[in-house]
Design a protein. Structure first.
Length: 420
């Protein structure tokens, strides 16, 4: 079967500007095998299977082209990398209910007829299954990713495309408005609604406020990127025919203050979805964070098991033992960490926010279709909640509550804001 090259643009409909128009994003120049695609996710462009489902790699695979993610069911645990490393392994009481690595992360298998190409190789696993590797890293899919372009797992690494074919000095950045384009320093790129195709009306006075993004010597048009000649003789980049600028008043990388200027729009590839009803973004000393309608900080649980695989233990079907260790049992946990209930069921799910029916006293247990429960919001498929110990808006008293080195409660930064 012929080697497939990524097209110059991703599938229609997955990119958009702040003005609601579609923008084309150049793909990678690396050859792709059959059955491998690229999706533009909220984390950036990633490799995906033929259905657009994100693929991942893990740091536990330390040897090239050898997978350590198996169906091994751990019967002992240990405090690796903690203050308790001197302790011997102890019985792992949650073994009967935990999912194995391969259950959570099934191998990314080649489609029929696919052949290795470039950095892509096919290995045979100990269980006899074939599996793709990229640059020597075995690749996996994730059981909790439900829709194409979703990238819900944070502990494992998404298989990002490398390189993304764009002009030198241009990169993809995360802003609070969504996934965007930035310069080499991470400063957001903008276009002006009054500029015409391949022509800038930003004169000398304008350029004191808006800095044209100029091209290096030898640069040439490519895909949606083109060059125009400014009155001062410099070559300026244009994207989809629109001249591109930075805004010096943006004080830090990924800032989007220029979006408040009339006629100016940041180059947003995927706009971040509006939070569900009852959730908003609040400015705090730590930066913008998600809060409830009263401004109370929203948190999530980050949990990893006590074994060499360090699988996450904070998803549907995982044990509640770690969370109970933080707050003292079902009743107390339900009172201490209050889940964010769904108040508007007409709000559609998206790749960041989803809905799940839960037992409020045991929210990780998977409920049967005929069981009663309460619908709550999840962010990237994780439970989110407020903390009973916070008395005033924007307080973060739960931030950093920790069970040894295994489970942490951390505030939920707004998309594009710096994370812990």
């Amino acid at each position: 079967m012929k080697t497939v090259l990524i097209a110059a643009t991703f599938a229609a409909g997955i990119t958009a500007s702040a003005r609601g128009e579609e923008f084309a994003l150049p793909g990678t120049t690396d050859p792709l095998p059959a059955g491998v695609t690229v999706q533009l996710t909220y984390e950036g462009p990633t490799f995906a299977d033929e259905n657009g489902m994100t693929v991942y790699w893990t740091r536990i695979d330390v040897e090239p082209n050898i997978s350590k993610c198996t169906d091994l069911q751990w019967t002992t645990a240990f405090h690796e990398g903690t203050l308790f490393t001197y302790m011997l392994p102890y019985p792992y009481e949650y073994a009967p209910v935990r999912r194995t690595c391969i259950e959570k992360f099934p191998p990314f298998q080649p489609v029929e007829g696919a052949k290795p190409v470039g950095k892509w190789k096919i290995i045979e696993r100990p269980d006899g299954l074939k599996q793709w590797t990229y640059e020597g890293r075995p690749l996996y899919k994730y059981m909790f990713d439900k829709v194409p372009g979703e990238a819900a797992e944070r502990g494992w690494r998404r298989a990002m495309t490398s390189p993304v074919y764009m002009p030198a000095g241009i990169q993809i950045i995360k802003t609070t408005m969504g996934l965007a384009l930035g310069d080499r320093d991470g400063m957001t790129l903008y276009t002006n609604a009054n500029d015409t195709k391949d022509m800038s009306i930003c004169d000398v006075a304008c350029s004191r406020t808006w800095t044209p993004v100029t091209a290096a010597a030898g640069a040439a048009d490519s895909g949606p990127w083109s060059l125009l000649r400014r009155p001062d003789g410099q070559k300026q980049w244009a994207y989809d025919g629109k001249p591109v600028y930075t805004y010096p008043a943006d004080e830090v990388p990924a800032a989007v203050d220029g979006a408040m200027e009339n006629g100016w729009s940041p180059l947003i590839l995927i706009p971040v979805p509006t939070p569900p009803e009852g959730i908003k973004i609040t400015e705090t000393p730590e930066g913008p964070v998600y809060t409830d309608k009263n401004g109370m900080t929203i948190y999530w649980l980050i949990c990893h098991e006590e074994n060499a695989e360090h699988l996450s233990c904070d998803r549907e079907g995982d044990t509640m033992a770690y969370m109970h260790g933080l707050c003292g049992g079902p009743e107390r946990c339900a009172d201490t960490f209050k889940l964010i209930k769904v108040t508007d069921e007409s709000r559609k799910e998206d790749k960041l926010w989803s809905i799940r029916k839960v037992d409020l006293k045991n929210p990780l247990r998977k409920l049967g279709d005929d069981e009663e429960g309460t619908k709550v919001w999840l962010y990237q498929r994780r439970l989110v909640f407020t903390y009973g110990g916070d008395e005033f808006p924007a307080q973060m008293y739960a931030n950093g509550i920790r069970l040894q080195q295994l489970a942490d409660v951390v505030y939920l930064p707004a998309y594009g804001a710096p994370a812990l």
